[in-house]
Write a protein that binds this ligand. Structure first.
Ligand SMILES: [Fe+2]
Length: 218
């Protein structure tokens, strides 16, 4: 299974919880097994269930089985839960049991172009993640307009669904992602996160996007 593929989150007409690409204890020292287990099987799974429920409600409105006013509720719920499902699927895929990786190749070049250096990127990404008020995400994304890398901060989940922004690397800064180990020390979690990024996975996403950059112009 290609653990990077979002298609792992959908099967047989339903959203499904993709298996982790590693054991729940494999992300030490970043995260303990209990945090990973709860995060995956409770929080991520809840977004999967919520997306299925919202999609079912939407179908019921379409079939006339629910009043039209239910459509706006379903749309709000689907935006929240489906975005949560997608972001968590990306999150598990961009973490690595082996600490200390660094970006290389064309991805490293793109980081240098956008941020001057890896250290410059790291400074921006850490600060963006630390600065999210309440619950949300820091996201390294490919801006399809400029074709440059950008760092975005998103509240909740669905606020990350910016048009044509393709997420390459996502850091969950909801408290459920780190509180058992780090308590209110979000900065400590972010520092550890930065040391356990699977840059190989990020590079695969980046290179896939590169290949499809100008598909609309051909
Ligand atoms: Fe989460």
């Amino acid at each position: 299974m290609d653990t990077l593929c979002l298609c792992n989150g959908y099967a047989d007409g339903r959203y499904v919880l993709p298996p982790l690409p590693y054991d729940v204890a494999a992300l030490e020292p970043l995260l303990d097994a209990e945090t990973v287990l709860l995060h995956h099987t409770r929080h991520h799974a809840a977004y999967v269930d919520g997306a299925n429920a919202a999609a079912a409600m939407m179908r019921q409105v379409a079939l006339g089985e629910l009043p039209e006013k239910a459509a706006s509720v379903a749309a709000e719920h689907l935006a929240f839960h489906l975005a949560g499902h997608m972001l968590h699927t990306l999150y598990w895929g961009n973490l690595c049991p082996t600490p200390g990786q660094q970006p290389c190749g064309s991805l490293a070049d793109a980081i240098n172009t956008a941020f001057g250096s890896y250290d410059g990127f790291s400074r921006v990404f850490r600060a963006a993640a630390a600065g999210v008020q309440g619950s949300g995400w820091a996201i390294l994304a490919k801006d399809a307009m400029s074709h440059r890398l950008v760092v975005l901060a998103a509240h909740r989940h669905q606020d990350a669904l910016l048009p044509r922004m393709r997420p390459l690397l996502v850091c969950d800064v909801w408290e459920h992602a780190y509180y058992l180990r780090y308590h209110n020390n979000r900065a400590g979690y972010i520092d550890a996160f930065m040391n356990q990024i699977c840059w190989h996975s990020v590079a695969k996403r980046f290179n896939h996007n590169e290949e499809n950059n100008h598909a609309c112009c051909k």
